[in-house]
Design a protein around this ligand. Structure first.
Ligand code: SAH
Length: 221
């Protein structure tokens, strides 16, 4: 869990970034460590050149293959929810995409296990994370709906693609007191949920309405 070293990485204007962080805080993000990591992680590196100039707007942006890099507010919110019950050691992320959320997590938890079904996206993400020297990230090209059994159980799981129902496998791979942060529902009607595994079973909290790309089965080479 080392922080990104900004030396040598082209920084967009500090003021543009500060404005974004202010906006996130106005929208109710209160975890200062999370805000700080968002402030210092270069989101423009996770976008193609044609989109990079919009990197510090609070919007979702296309990354190819009909997928999107999530809006900074959502990245901050989900990260804050994952960490709300204390620090996490082993976190499974489903949907590496650009690798931006992965980079945020890598600076806040011990180890990140990230699964992506589209190989070219995963390869680009891998290069970016290497460039940022984030070495506590482990990647798998697979269907994340199955979790990552060999590396579990996880005390945190975050999905950045929405299933219609929470896959059983993810619940099974959640450690005791582990937290699962996941958007659930069909295209037009999704809610962010936080599921905690307790001695009695699973507790679910519905947080807010969201819009994510769907969790899809199988893999793409
Ligand atoms: N967190 C990403 C968001 C990417 S969009 C980012 O910050 O850029 C969601 C991603 O989930 C896409 O890359 C999509 O390919 C991936 N995805 C969808 N279904 C999946 C599945 N079953 N297993 C793994 N990844 C999946």
């Amino acid at each position: 869990m080392t922080r990104v070293d900004l030396n040598g990485i082209g920084m967009t204007s500090q003021r543009t970034r500060e404005r974004l962080i202010q906006r996130l805080s106005d929208q109710g993000i209160t975890n200062m460590t999370v805000l700080d990591v968002l402030r210092t992680t270069p989101r423009h590196l996770f976008l193609d050149e044609a989109m990079a100039h919009r990197a510090y707007e609070d919007v979702a942006l296309p990354i190819g293959f009909q997928q999107t890099l999530s809006q900074p507010y959502i990245v901050a919110r989900m990260t804050e929810l994952l960490l709300a019950a204390g620090p996490r050691q082993r976190v499974l992320e489903i949907g590496t995409g650009s690798g931006y959320q992965t980079a945020i997590l890598a600076q806040l938890v011990e180890e990140v296990y990230s699964v992506e079904r589209i190989r070219p996206l995963q390869q680009k993400a891998r290069q970016r994370l290497r460039q940022l020297k984030l070495r506590n990230v482990h990647m798998n090209h697979a269907d994340g709906g199955m979790g990552w059994e060999e590396r579990g159980p996880f005390d945190g799981i975050m999905a950045t693609a929405a299933p219609e129902q929470i896959p059983e496998e993810l619940l099974r791979q959640l450690a005791m007191n582990g937290r699962l942060v996941i958007p659930v529902g069909s295209d037009a009607h999704q809610h962010l949920q936080v599921v905690t595994r307790t001695a009695e079973g699973y507790e679910t909290e519905i947080v807010e309405a969201v819009r994510f790309v769907p969790l899809r089965p199988g893999t793409v080479r």
